[in-house]
Design a protein around this ligand. Structure first.
Ligand code: ZN
Length: 176
């Protein structure tokens, strides 16, 4: 049984506390690309409102993928507050509905499906170690990008390459 798929009939009147740890593959739709999710935790409360359901809680995710710039493996945490309202899927008026309406899967709340969507939307487009202290850009990456050097420390010192051409000019003479 998928612990993120909860039948309406199993939600008591007082609500159902939810605390489920999962990985990206646990919630990945069959046709979706893999997300760099190392582990995720969905916590909150699911309440029944007639034939509708409300989940309120939070999603904590540990991402792991290479840094866009230095290519070192990089972990990032993200947390998303969730207020998900689930309505029965009538199959009608799909075009007219609010884009954020969530549907029950028959009589089941599929929290995993929407956890997947939240994670996919929350992953930063620019995935780097730090925006303020640039990590060293890999040569391979620079070459691939057409040799563009921008915010690396070397990029701010236009004469840095001179030390390769004229080793004697770089102040090394100060050492004994
Ligand atoms: Zn980096």
């Amino acid at each position: 049984m998928n612990p993120l798929r909860i039948p309406l009939t199993s939600i008591p009147d007082e609500g159902l506390p939810v605390s489920v740890e999962f990985t990206g593959d646990d919630v990945r739709p069959a046709d979706a690309a893999e997300l760099p999710v190392k582990r995720a935790l969905l916590e909150g409360d699911l309440t029944l409102m007639g034939q509708e359901a409300l989940f309120r809680g939070s999603l904590q995710v540990d991402l792991e993928q290479p840094c866009d710039r230095c290519l070192e493996p990089l972990e990032k945490g993200l947390e998303v507050e969730c207020t998900w309202f689930f309505e029965p899927d009538t199959g009608e008026d799909a075009q007219l509905e609010e884009p954020d309406v969530r549907h029950l899967d028959k009589d089941t709340v599929d929290l995993g499906r929407y956890a997947w969507e939240e994670i996919a939307l929350a992953i930063p487009a620019r995935y780097v170690c730090s925006d303020t202290v640039p990590c060293p850009r890999r040569d391979a990456f620079v070459a691939e990008a057409g040799g563009i050097i921008d915010e690396t420390p070397e990029g701010n010192r236009p004469f840095a390459n001179l030390k390769d051409l004229f080793p004697g000019l770089t102040g090394e003479e100060g050492k004994e």
